[in-house]
Design a protein around this ligand. Sequence first.
Ligand code: HEM
Length: 423
Amino acid sequence: MTSTRSGPGEIVPEAESAPPEALELVLVTERELWMDGPPHELFARLRSECPVHWTDRLTEFPEEAGFWSVTTQEDVHTVSRDWRTYSSELGGITAATVGFPLELMRAMFIGMDPPKHDRLKMLFQAGFTPKRIAAHEDAIRAIAVSVLDSLHGHETCDLVTDVAQPVVSRVIGSFLGIPPEDDAMWAELMNSLLGAGDPDLNPNGIPDVSARLLPEVFARCQGMIAERREQPTDDLTSVLVHAEVDGAKLEEHEIVMGFFLLLAAGNDSTKSTYCSGMRALMEHPDQRQILLEDPSLVPSAVEESLRMFPAFAHFRRTATCDAELHGQKIRAGDKVVMWYASSNRDESRYEDPDHFDVRRNPDHQAFGAGGRHFCLGTALARLELRIMFEETLARYPNMEMAGVPLFAESPFINQLKTLPVRL
Ligand code: HEM
């Protein structure tokens, strides 16, 4: 089956009430589909019946154009690697970009194409190699241990807000030179910005992004920038302040957005995979027992958690020219969304893809699919996740769920916003 594409502005009134078999009418990013995390059944159908699928509109954002969904591992790989055809710079990096100005997205290297992307990424790459990151192991473990130990004597806690958030905030905060007392403030800002459509994470709604949240990020960042101009430090914020690209210093909005990118990526992603992975271990005690008996399998469990619960359900590209993908004609200017949440469960690559298997040690696309935007933070994320699983399992081997976990309402950040547990 191939999808049919409606013309611009054409209305498809039956869409919401369409029977499930009418895949042409499915609107993949509708909020109802994402209340309990990614719509995995829908993605399985798309992979098998319509792997490159056209969504006509986003009903919450009528001003947004529709988009192509790319759902299989092979096609995601093709799009990810072909930056000349599928640009990160042309139209933004998420399916919906409402409320987040395009020029600010383009000020982050995740929103740039080569050659500028290469030059900016190079500034940081040396500091993020597995070897350089490994040198932080003791410091990261000390952070995780101090947060977990602070729960001593408590019977219950929320794994998202009481464990994952403070750990990841302090880790990325220490890389960026943020004082520990500011961690919670920055975490709240980042959660509101990345979860802008979620009523709990961002109670004032999307308009608050440009009205309050972004101006606040700028205002708070300017102080840090001024301090580092005066006195260079050895943190990543200083790298941005003093960077020279093509013989010129970065502009202020590029420094602020570079800081934002590192903070947002470091703040959100590891937290989400840790919490979903811990939930899976609590729901599958047999799998947890395997890890408790053989902790050397933790790195494999980390990869399996990344595969099944990628922190970002998608990233997006924009076609620079007419192209063809899996038999579908893509037109210049079309949005092309790579669904990592789908490609990581591609049954042509994984046996029993919905089964959580801590021994699987899979390859996956949680960090991207081999293109130029491949995640800068893979070594850091892997190290953080390993340490957090190890230390949590060592202290609380019988942890169990103590309430209903809730997903952030978002087709972008694939994360729990609350996970109550009994320690
Ligand atoms: C579970 C953890 C993480 C996951 C699943 C994840 C996922 C991703 C993905 C999918 C991309 C590719 C975006 C695209 O295709 O356009 C990406 C890029 C990026 N990630 Fe991560 N990430 C994680 C952790 C981190 C951490 C801890 C950092 C810390 C600095 C980080 C920094 C970045 C940066 C800077 C980019 C942009 C790279 C570029 O544009 O070249 N990530 N990440």
